[in-house]
Design a protein around this ligand. Structure first.
Ligand code: ARG
Length: 274
């Protein structure tokens, strides 16, 4: 009996420690970061209660700073943290799967991931394939050129007799718009923005069309580049789920609304976009 009591007391002690630990770690400010850290923590080192939670799989392309990018082995960024906060609200553990951008819709539809989140713009074409959540951020397509480029504004690309080579990330809206506007023969697709920018620096393309925040990050990381003042197109970013998965979509939308209302999303964005 004594022994039973001792074991019982040890359990109570362990449980109350856990409660204190959770209560301390769960202040609103830390919520997002903790969730993101949890999300990026691999299964082996996850806390026991985390391990029991169902997994929510996100498909992304992690070469899109500040939305998703690698910090060492870990995928961080605005999307990674918002997704982790959503997963937490759903009582789930986020797992991020990195893939080519143009594979995300297929992965969502095949069910190898539960949702796609990749600074992904809502477009009519994509709406035929997947369902989108309410928007959680806005993007603008920007044009990156070398400092000494003859291209000084977007109009230069359309000028009479102009024939510039455009670099884009495969399957992105930059790719779609540029192909529409300048023809497939003038557009070179790359696996990610970094590769497109290397091609620009190497002279194989004359400009790169990509979303504005990643454009800023790419220009900051590489000498001799600038972003043209003219914005190319305004866009809404949202999360996509398999067509007809209204259950998950409703949960995601509710979470986005809650996380907007309590300031979590604004705090995450402010952390990455100064
Ligand atoms: N907003 C653009 C689109 O939806 C580009 C997104 C690229 N995202 C990424 N994680 N690489 O097509």
């Amino acid at each position: 009996m004594k022994k039973f009591f001792a074991v019982f007391m040890a359990l109570v002690l362990a449980l109350s420690c856990m409660v204190i630990f959770t209560a301390c770690g769960d202040t609103t400010d830390e919520k997002a970061t903790d969730a993101a850290t949890d999300a990026a923590t691999d299964a082996g080192t996850t806390a026991p209660d985390e391990a029991n939670k169902p997994v929510l799989k996100m498909g992304t392309n992690a070469y899109f700073q500040p939305y998703e990018f690698y910090e060492g082995e870990k995928i961080v960024g605005i999307d990674a943290e918002i997704a982790a906060a959503i997963a937490e609200e759903l009582g789930m553990t986020l797992e991020i799967v990195d893939m080519e951008f143009d594979s995300i819709l297929t992965a969502v539809n095949e069910g190898s991931v539960d949702f796609g989140m990749a600074g992904m713009t809502i477009t009519d074409e994509r709406l035929l394939e997947v369902d989108f959540s309410i928007s959680y951020a806005n993007g603008v397509q920007s044009i990156i050129v070398k400092n000494d480029s003859p291209i000084t504004c977007a109009d230069d690309l359309y000028a009479e007799g102009a024939s510039y080579k455009v670099g884009v990330q495969l399957g992105t809206t930059g790719d779609i718009y540029a192909t529409d506007d300048f023809g497939k023969e003038n557009v070179t697709t790359y696996s990610n923005g970094n590769e497109a920018v290397l091609a620009l620096l190497g002279g194989s393309v004359d400009c790169v069309i990509i979303d504005n925040e990643p454009a800023k990050a790419l220009v900051a990381a590489n000498e001799g580049l600038k972003i043209l003042d003219t914005a190319y197109a305004n866009e809404d970013y949202a999360i996509c789920v398999k067509k007809g998965n209204t259950d998950l979509l409703t949960k995601i939308n509710t979470a986005i609304k809650d996380l907007t209302k309590d300031g979590t999303i604004a705090a995450i964005v402010a952390k990455y976009i100064k």
